[in-house]
Write a protein that binds this ligand. Structure first.
Ligand code: 3H9
Length: 694
C-alpha cells in the first residue's frame, strides 16, 4: 500500500520526490494508477522543497502500457493523456527511471517526463501496432521529436522494442545507470539543471519537414503487404508530427486511435493477446506441480528431432539426440550446427551463444542415451509400429518419473502409451515445423496421462518460449484436424471449377501468407499422400499429381511449375483437374472469391465446434491460439473461433447447410454446438467448455 493510494507511493529523498508505481504484474496504467499519479502530481506541484521528481516502477516493469482490459469500456478520468500532460507541465524536472519494460503508454508516460534514465536490461517500445492500435497518448508526436523520424517510424510501425543501449544511442534515454534502483536515478536527478519538454523540441524533424516525400520513402519498406489497418494508421499519425503543430498532431493521433480501438481488427488482436496467455493456463486439479526437467533426450535426428533439440538447447537444457545409424546422426548434428551458424551470421545470436547452444546438444547411437533424461521426446517416422517399438524400449530404459513424449502429428497417443507399463507418464508434444521457430506446442493428453505430466509439459512450453496449449487425443488433435477440413474443401473447390491460383489468392487476400496449394507444394505432396494412404483416404487431384511425379517444389512441379521458388500456373494441372472432375461426374463452373473463402474457412470453424463439443479443446480461445501460432492465421482476424463470432454463427450454419446440400459431404453438416449457439443468437466467446476438458 503506497502513501498516495493502493498502487502509488510518494517519498522524499534529499530534495527529490520519488513517485513509485506498483500495480502488479506489469504496472498497466489502469484507473487506479492514473488517479494515483495525478494525485501525486497535485501534491507536489506547489512544494518548494521538491527540486526534482523521479518516477519509477518495479523490477519487472516501469510500465507495460495502458490497461488493455479497459479498452471498449466507458472511459474514466483522468485519462492517460491528462496524466502525461500533468507530468509534462510540472514546474520541476521529472525523470523517468526505467527498469524492466517501458512499453506503449508506459513509454509515452516516460516521454512526457523531462528526462529518462534506464537500467541495462530495460526494454523500451511502442508495441501498440501489435494490438491493432497506434500509440494514442502522444507517442507518435513525442518519439519522432526525440529520436528522429526514421527511428520513430521503425519503432512505431513494427512495434518492436529496443534495449537500453540502443535507446541511449538514439537519444531516447539520457543515461544508462547500473546502481541501486531507483536511488541511482535520484542521484542523477539531483544533477539536473534543465527542465526541457519533449513537445517543445523540433530539431530532430527539420530534415523531414524540408523533404515532404521522406516519410513515404521511409515508411514503404515497413508496410508489409498485410491487410491490417494499424501499420498504415501509425504512419499517418507520425506524419502529423512532421506536418502539424504539436497540439493538432495530438488531436490527429487521437482521432486515428479512436478509429482503430473501436474496430474489429484491434478487437481481434486484443483477443489474440489474452487468448495466447489464457491458453497457456492448463486446466488441472489445483496444486498440481510440474516435475523438474534438467536433462532431455530427443529420439530421431531428422528435421523435427533436430529442431526440437535446438529448442531445449536454446532454453539452457542439455539434450541428447538419439539415432540408430551413425550416418543419420552425423547428418542431423551437421544440420544443427549449420542452423546455429546461420543464426550467428544473421546476428540473431552471437557466435559465442551459437557455440554454447550447440555444445548443449550431444549425439548418441541407441536409446541407451535416454537413460538420464527427465523428458524424452520421440520424433521418429510417423508409423505406429515404429513408435510402439520405441516406447516399449523407452519403458525399459528411461528412469522412473521421466516424461515420455511423442511428437506425432496425428497418431493415437493412447495406443502409443499402451506400449509402456507407465501410460500416466506418456503424452504428446506436437511441435510445428521448423520446431526451433514456430511458437505453437500442442500438448496432447492421453486417457491416462497424469496431471503432473501435463503440468510438466505446460511448464516446459513456457521455458522453451512456446505457446503450449493442452488438447485432447483425436486424429490430428486440434490444428491438423481442422486443417484436414480445409484441405478437403480446397480439393473439392478444384473439382468444382476453381483453379489452384484462385483458391490460393482467396486465402492470401484473407490474410494468410500462403494458400493451401502453394503450401502443399512447399511441404511436399507426397507427405499428405502417405498419410492418406495409411488411413485409406483419397484426394483425387493431389493423388493424381503425385501419380504424375509432381511432388511440389522439390520436384519442380506440383500444383504449379517452379523456376526456383517462383510458381507459375500450369495448363497441365488444369487438364488433370478437369479429368478428375469428369471421372466423378462433377460439372465444373466458375467459383467466386467470396465463396472460395467461405468454403475454406467455415468447415474449419465447424470442426472447431465439434472439437469444443468433445472437450478436445478447453476454450474457443485455445483453438484461436493454436491457429495463430501454428498455422499463421492472420492475427488481425483473431483466430477461427473469434472470426466465427464476428461473421455471426447463423450465417456460418446456413452456408454450411448450402455446402452440405451441394456436395453431400457429411462433415459439412453444421455441428450440433454450432447450430445450438446460432439458434440461441450466441457466439463461442464466453461459453464455458473448460470443465468438460479437465
Ligand atoms: C497502450 O498502451 C495504448 C496507449 O498508447 C494509448 C492509451 C490511450 N494491460 O505477458 P505476460 C497482463 S496499449 C493489461 O504473461 P511477461 C497479462 O495479460 C498497451 N494487462 O508477462 C498477464 O496477465 P495474466 C501497450 C496486461 O513478463 C500478465 O500481465 N502495451 C498488460 O511475459 C503478465 O503478462 C503492450 O502492448 C496490459 N498492458 O511479459 C504490452 N500487459 O497473468 C503488452 C500485460 O492474468 N504486454 N498484462 O495472464 C506485454 O507485451 C507483456 O505482457 C510484457 C510482460 C512484456 C509487459
Amino acid at each position: 500500500m503506497g502513501s498516495i493510494n493502493a498502487v502509488v507511493d510518494l517519498r522524499h529523498q534529499n530534495g527529490v520526490a520519488v513517485v513509485a508505481m506498483d500495480n502488479a504484474p506489469v504496472n498497466a496504467l489502469g484507473i487506479a494508477l492514473r488517479t494515483g499519479l495525478m494525485r501525486a502530481m497535485d501534491q507536489l506541484r506547489g512544494d518548494p522543497a521538491v527540486k526534482a521528481i523521479v518516477l519509477c516502477g518495479t523490477a519487472r516493469a516501469f510500465s507495460g502500457g495502458a490497461d488493455i482490459t479497459e479498452f471498449g469500456k466507458p472511459p474514466q478520468d483522468p485519462n492517460l493523456r491528462q496524466v502525461i500532460a500533468a507530468v509534462e507541465d510540472m514546474p520541476v524536472p521529472v525523470v523517468a527511471a526505467i527498469q524492466g519494460v517501458a512499453l506503449g503508454g508506459g513509454l509515452e508516460l516516460a516521454l512526457g517526463c523531462h528526462a529518462r534514465v534506464a537500467w541495462g536490461t530495460a526494454r523500451l517500445g511502442l508495441p501498440e501496432v501489435k494490438l491493432g492500435l497506434l500509440p494514442g497518448a502522444g507517442g507518435t508526436q513525442r518519439l519522432p521529436r526525440v529520436v528522429g523520424l526514421e527511428k520513430a517510424l521503425s519503432m512505431i510501425v513494427t512495434g518492436n522494442p529496443i534495449g537500453a543501449k540502443e535507446a541511449a544511442d538514439c537519444g531516447l534515454v539520457d543515461a544508462v545507470l547500473d546502481g541501486a534502483y531507483p536511488d541511482a536515478a535520484v542521484a542523477w536527478a539531483q544533477t539536473l539543471t534543465e527542465r526541457r519538454r519533449v513537445r517543445d523540441r523540433d530539431d530532430a524533424l527539420t530534415s523531414a519537414r524540408e523533404d515532404p516525400g521522406l516519410i513515404n520513402s521511409m515508411a514503404a519498406p515497413l508496410l508489409k503487404a498485410s491487410g491490417a489497418a494499424a501499420p498504415r494508421a501509425c504512419v499517418e499519425a507520425v506524419r502529423g508530427a512532421v506536418d502539424l503543430p504539436f497540439e493538432e498532431g495530438l488531436a490527429n493521433e487521437r482521432r486515428l486511435f479512436e478509429q482503430l480501438v473501436t474496430g474489429d481488427e484491434s478487437r481481434a488482436q486484443r483477443h489474440a493477446f489474452f487468448a495466447e496467455r489464457e491458453a497457456q493456463k492448463a486446466v488441472l486439479p489445483s496444486g498440481t506441480q510440474p516435475r523438474p526437467v534438467a536433462r532431455a533426450a530427443v529420439v530421431g535426428a531428422g528435421t523435427m528431432g533436430g529442431g526440437i533439440a535446438m529448442c531445449f538447447a536454446n532454453a539452457g537444457i542439455p539434450v541428447t539426440v538419439i539415432e540408430t545409424e551413425q550416418a543419420a546422426l552425423d547428418r542431423g548434428m551437421a544440420r544443427i550446427a549449420e542452423l546455429y551458424g546461420i543464426s550467428a551470421k544473421r546476428g540473431s545470436i552471437t557466435p559465442a551463444q551459437a557455440e554454447e547452444r550447440r555444445g548443449r546438444i550431444q549425439g548418441q547411437l541407441g536409446l541407451d542415451g535416454a537413460r538420464d533424461a527427465d523428458i524424452v521426446v520421440e520424433a521418429v517416422f510417423e508409423d505406429m509400429g515404429v513408435k510402439k517399438q520405441v516406447f516399449a524400449e523407452l519403458d525399459r530404459l528411461a528412469k522412473p518419473g521421466a516424461v515420455l513424449a511423442t511428437n506425432t502429428s496425428y497418431l493415437d497417443i493412447d495406443e502409443i502409451a499402451g506400449a509402456t507399463s507407465r501410460p500416466g507418464d506418456v503424452l504428446g508434444t506436437h511441435f510445428f515445423s521448423p520446431a526451433n521457430v514456430m511458437k505453437l506446442l500442442e500438448i496432447v493428453r492421453g486417457r491416462q496421462t497424469s496431471p503432473e505430466v501435463i503440468a510438466t509439459a505446460a511448464d516446459l512450453g513456457k521455458k522453451l518460449s512456446k505457446v503450449g496449449v493442452v488438447v485432447g487425443n483425436c486424429f490430428g488433435f486440434v490444428g491438423n484436424r481442422m486443417l484436414a477440413r480445409r484441405s478437403d474443401a480446397a480439393e473439392r473447390l478444384l473439382l468444382d471449377g476453381a483453379s489452384p491460383a484462385e483458391v490460393d489468392a482467396a486465402l492470401t487476400a484473407f490474410g494468410f501468407r500462403m494458400g493451401p496449394f502453394a503450401m502443399a507444394d512447399l511441404a511436399g505432396l507426397d507427405i499428405g499422400m502417405r498419410i492418406r494412404r495409411a488411413f485409406g483416404k483419397r484426394a483425387p487431384v493431389s493423388d493424381a499429381l503425385c501419380d504424375a511425379g509432381r511432388y511440389g517444389q522439390k520436384t519442380g512441379s506440383g500444383f504449379y511449375v517452379y523456376e526456383g521458388r517462383n510458381a507459375t500456373p500450369d495448363p497441365e494441372v488444369d487438364r488433370i483437374i478437369a479429368a478428375e472432375s469428369e471421372k466423378l461426374g462433377i460439372t465444373r463452373h466458375p467459383v467466386g472469391a467470396d465463396e472460395i473463402t467461405e468454403r475454406l474457412i467455415y468447415p474449419m470453424i465447424n470442426e472447431g465446434a465439434r472439437i469444443l463439443e468433445e472437450g478436445i479443446a478447453a476454450r474457443p480461445g485455445d483453438i484461436d491460439a493454436i491457429w495463430l501460432h501454428g498455422y499463421n492465421w492472420p492475427v488481425w482476424r483473431g483466430g477461427p473461433m473469434f472470426y466465427a463470432d464476428l461473421v455471426g454463427l447463423p450465417r456460418i450454419r446456413d452456408r454450411l447447410q448450402d455446402f452440405h446440400a451441394a456436395t453431400g459431404d457429411k462433415a459439412l453438416r453444421p455441428a450440433p454446438l454450432l447450430s445450438k449457439l446460432a439458434d440461441a443468437g450466441q457466439g463461442f466467446a464466453g461459453q464455458d467448455f473448460g470443465a468438460r476438458a479437465a
